[in-house]
Design a protein around this ligand. Structure first.
Ligand code: ADP
Ligand code: MG
Length: 315
């Protein structure tokens, strides 16, 4: 079997999975939260070529807050803060995964690398006028009402929101493909990628945070991924989430999943983009998309947990 025969699995780790609900988000907590998913990913790397992407909602919001608490140094734009989170989270994932691979034994060692990743967005994307992406800590309704920036009530409570334009393409896709061919585990597209717009032959960073699920779907299509897995802090996509009739959706097709979104089951900014991302990947030729808990990554790959979305049957 050559490397090219080994299927490619992309695991998108939620920023909210690194800082759990109710946690302040110390670095110790984040390292501890990373262990269970990375132990599973290390084991999966024996049978899959692996790409890892990650969110940064809580982390980028915290950086923004941190700099707003200090006037002694110049403020950095959001695009730079996204780049910072690629570095900090990339480092935490890389070092944790390295330890987990080490525990499996020398035979299973793999080269790994985290890659700063730019993602192109459209300067005229209507999202710039309508912030939807929740970042930073959960706020009380009173706090949220007294802030100089937009906030919105999410499933987790009130949060700051920023513009979240649609990802068009991943600039480093060729490099990422080459690294996979060389059997590297690649950590990339952190926080949805550093958002840039084309400006002639160059790129300019913009003030936004791209949804990491949508960026991961784009990358999955561009890098020839077989299974696109979204690991988050719930067991999968539920119907009537939070209601009395809440039930986990186990297997569904693209059309069925999108119909549930239209009926309001999967809200914007959280489960909505995950389902939309899965659909985009499958429409671009992907085979299966999985939405599962960070504790059930292996189980979902084995078909025993989470929500599995497959292409519509051919007519
Ligand atoms: P991540 O950081 O993993 O991207 P998000 O907060 O963006 O996490 O999305 C996961 C959250 O989506 C869950 O914690 C849950 O509160 C929320 N959610 C909203 N609707 C649903 C649904 N229908 N099924 C499951 N989770 C849902
Ligand atoms: Mg999210």
């Amino acid at each position: 079997m050559t490397a090219a025969d080994i299927p490619i699995l992309l695991v998108a780790l939620g920023g909210n999975a690194l800082i759990r609900k109710g946690q302040p988000g110390t670095v110790e907590e984040q390292f501890k939260n990373l262990r269970p998913p990375l132990r599973q990913i290390a084991r999966l790397s024996r049978n899959w070529r692996i790409l890892i992407t990650h969110g940064n909602g809580p982390q980028v919001g915290n950086l923004l807050l941190q700099q707003e608490c200090c006037d002694a140094v110049p403020k950095l734009p959001l695009e730079i803060l996204v780049a910072q989170t690629q570095g900090q989270i990339g480092y935490m994932i890389e070092s944790s995964l390295d330890s987990e691979l080490m525990k499996l034994g020398k035979r299973f060692q793999k080269p790994l690398v985290s890659l700063l990743t730019y993602v192109v967005v459209d300067a005229d994307d209507p999202a710039f006028a309508r912030p939807t992406k929740p970042i930073g800590p959960v706020l009380s309704a009173r706090q949220a009402g007294n802030l100089p920036y937009p906030t919105r009530k999410t499933a987790k409570g009130w949060r700051r929101v920023v513009a979240s334009p649609e990802p068009l393409t991943v600039i480093e896709k060729h490099e990422i493909r080459r690294l996979i061919e060389m059997d590297f585990i690649v950590i990339c597209c952190g926080g949805g990628g550093i958002p840039v717009i084309r400006s002639g032959r160059a790129f300019d960073g913009v003030d936004a945070v791209i949804d990491k699920d949508l960026a991961s779907a784009r990358l999955s299509a561009e890098a020839g991924v077989d299974t696109f897995l979204i690991a988050t802090d719930v067991a999968g996509a539920y119907l009537d989430y939070g209601g009395r009739n809440q039930r986990l959706l186990r297997t569904t097709t693209v059309s069925e999943a999108l119909a549930y979104t239209r009926r309001g089951h999967f809200p914007p900014g959280s489960m909505g983009p995950k389902v939309e991302a899965a659909a985009a990947f499958l429409k671009a030729g992907g085979r299966q998309a999985l939405i599962t808990s960070i504790n059930a990554i292996e189980e979902a790959v084995a078909g025993r947990a989470g929500t599995r979305i497959v292409p519509d049957p051919a007519v």
